[in-house]
Write a protein that binds this ligand. Structure first.
Ligand code: GUN
Length: 290
């Protein structure tokens, strides 16, 4: 069997077009456009690229983009002061502080300082708690993108056994909550779980979010399963000096067993920023009550 490929690039394009359309309608109703503030501390090259794409895509869907670039040695007090200012700024509907942070900064304190109504990453404990309680709120972008991709190949996931590899606050835990909300039976597996291959073989839906290139082998996958690969791992340059992005799933093996699979690149990755834009519009709507 050859799995169908789940095209995240095309799905992200459609989502951005929907958001652009909704932004135009919201502007006609309210006279306002949603605004997203992105804060980058230091000059991590990968983060610079992400922040640049976020700003471009924000403007492309008709929203305002506010970029704040702070030096690597910024203190906790300075960063919290900027967040307070953004919390109070009515033109700012969403606040994203790009991770990872330099070592002197405490990510948990920074996240907790963001107004939960503007927390478009969905990382604030208030939003994590709302998700776990089944209440409406802002949901982390990558898990949201995974769910939209899964639902694009199978609208009803009820009763399926989903195995999530990884238990991070950013991906593993929130996607487990979303799968549970979609009536899946959910197993969260992690580095201390026993017999990962056998656990994975039970999965109708397998979500890999561990950050280990090619860890999930073909014989870990149940024939016909839906496989979502959240891993984005950059391999060291080969003999020709080219470095390559690979997922957590050994793709060439996985695609011969799975029913549908997300490639890396071009799967989950493109959905994350599209979902960030969707969250920013949602945050603007929630704050304005519209
Ligand atoms: N760094 C890499 N991905 C993300 C993300 O989704 N949100 C934030 N805040 N930082 C990131």
């Amino acid at each position: 069997m050859t799995a169908s490929l789940i095209d995240g690039k095309a799905a992200a394009e459609r989502l951005r077009a929907d958001v652009a359309n909704d932004v135009a309608n919201w502007k006609a109703e309210t006279g306002r456009v949603p605004g997203l503030a992105v804060v980058l501390i230091g000059n991590d090259p990968a983060s610079e690229i992400y922040v640049g794409s976020k700003a471009r895509q924000t403007v492309a869907v008709g929203m305002r983009s506010f970029e704040h670039r702070l030096p690597a040695e910024t203190s906790q007090a300075e960063l919290l002061a900027l967040i307070s200012q953004l919390n109070a700024d009515d033109a700012v509907d969403g606040i994203l502080v790009q991770m990872p942070l330099p070592p002197q900064l405490d990510a948990n304190l920074v996240i907790e300082h963001i107004d939960p109504r503007k927390d478009v990453d969905g990382f604030h404990p208030a939003n994590a708690g709302r998700l776990a309680s089944g209440l409406p709120g802002l949901v982390p972008c990558t898990p949201l993108g995974c769910m939209l991709l899964l639902q694009s190949v199978r609208a009803d996931l009820a009763g399926l056994h989903a195995v999530v590899l990884g238990r991070s606050n950013i991906v593993g835990k929130p996607i487990a909550q979303l799968l549970l909300k979609a009536d899946c039976t959910v197993t969260i597996a992690h580095s201390r779980s026993r017999d990962l291959p056998a656990l994975c073989r039970e999965a109708d839906i397998l979500v890999a979010a561990v950050g280990r290139p090619g860890m999930v082998r073909g014989d870990w996958i149940k024939p016909g399963a839906l496989v979502v690969d959240v891993g984005i791992n950059r391999l060291p340059p080969d003999a020709a000096g080219k470095s390559r992005l690979v997922g957590d799933v050994a793709f060439d093996e996985g695609r011969n067993v799975a029913g549908a699979i997300t490639p890396v690149p071009g799967g989950v990755g493109p959905m994350t920023i599209a979902c960030l834009l969707r969250n920013t519009l949602q945050a603007a709507r929630m704050r304005s009550g519209a």
